[in-house]
Ligand binder design. Sequence first.
Ligand SMILES: C[S@@+](CC[C@H](N)C(=O)[O-])C[C@H]1O[C@@H](n2cnc3c(N)ncnc32)[C@H](O)[C@@H]1O
Length: 254
Amino acid sequence: MAWNPNIYNKFKTERFAPFYDLVALIDTKPDLKVIDLGCGTGELTRKLADQLPNSQVLGIDSSSEMLSQAVAFSNDQVTFEQRGIEEQVKLNEKYDLVFSNAAIQWSDTHKELLPEIIGMLRPGGQLAIQIPDQTGNVLNQILDELVQEETYKRALNNWRRVSPVLDIDEYAQILFENGSKNMTIYKKIYPLIVSNKEELYNWISGTALIPYLERLDGEIKESFIQEFKARIDKRFTKVSVIYPFKRILMEARF
Ligand SMILES: C[S@@+](CC[C@H](N)C(=O)[O-])C[C@H]1O[C@@H](n2cnc3c(N)ncnc32)[C@H](O)[C@@H]1O
C-alpha cells in the first residue's frame, strides 16, 4: 500500500496528540532498548527517543515512501529499517519497550499478533500501543457500508479490509493471558474540528481510504469518491464539524 507522507502530515497536530498521551504512559528510564513498530516518517520515533535518555530506538516500517523522510530524524540513538511488523516479530530480538503509534490496525489477526508482539519483550519490559477504534469511528463505518454495496463491491472484486481492531475488553484479556497483571487501557475521543466537510474526506484519505483508491480507476473511482463525500455531507449536518475520532491506548508491563 502506497502511503503519502504529505497527505498524512496534513493533520499533524491531531495525529500527534495521541502520541503524547501514549508517551505519558511509558515508564521513562535510561538505557532502554526500544522498538517503534510502524514508525512512519520517523518524526515521532525521534520524539520518543528524545524522552528516553541514552536509549537505543529502532523504527521499522514497511513503507519506503514513509521511511524516505526518516533519515532526517535519525541520530546516535535512533535508526530505521524497512521491515514489516509480521517479519519483525519472527526475528527473536528482545526489547525493554515495544512501542507502536497508529500502526498495528494495518496488521491482521490481533489475537495472534499481540502475543507475538509481547514475545518481543525482555522480562520486566513494557508494551505501549495506540490504535484508532476503527469500528467505532463514523467515517470508517460509512466507508465500510459503501464498499459492500454491489457497484463498488464488484469494482473492488469483493475486496474489503475488515478491521482487525478488537474491543478494549479483548485487549485486556490478551494482555492478561500473556503475563501482564499491570496494565492501563482506555478509549479516548480526539475531536477533529474542521470548518468544512471536505476536510473529513481529506482526513480519511490519508489512511483508511488508501487501499480502496488504489484498487479503483477512472469513472468508478470518481463515482466512489463523490458518493463517499455525499454520504459524509449527509451524515454531518452542521458546519463547523466536530468529528469525535476514537482511539484505543494501552500500556502493559510484563
Ligand atoms: C498511520 S501511520 C503511523 C506512523 C507513525 N507511527 C506515526 O504515528 O506517525 C501507519 C504506518 O504503519 C505502517 N505499516 C502499516 N502496516 C505495516 C506493517 N504490516 N508492517 C510495518 N509497518 C506497517 C505504514 O507504512 C505507516 O507508515
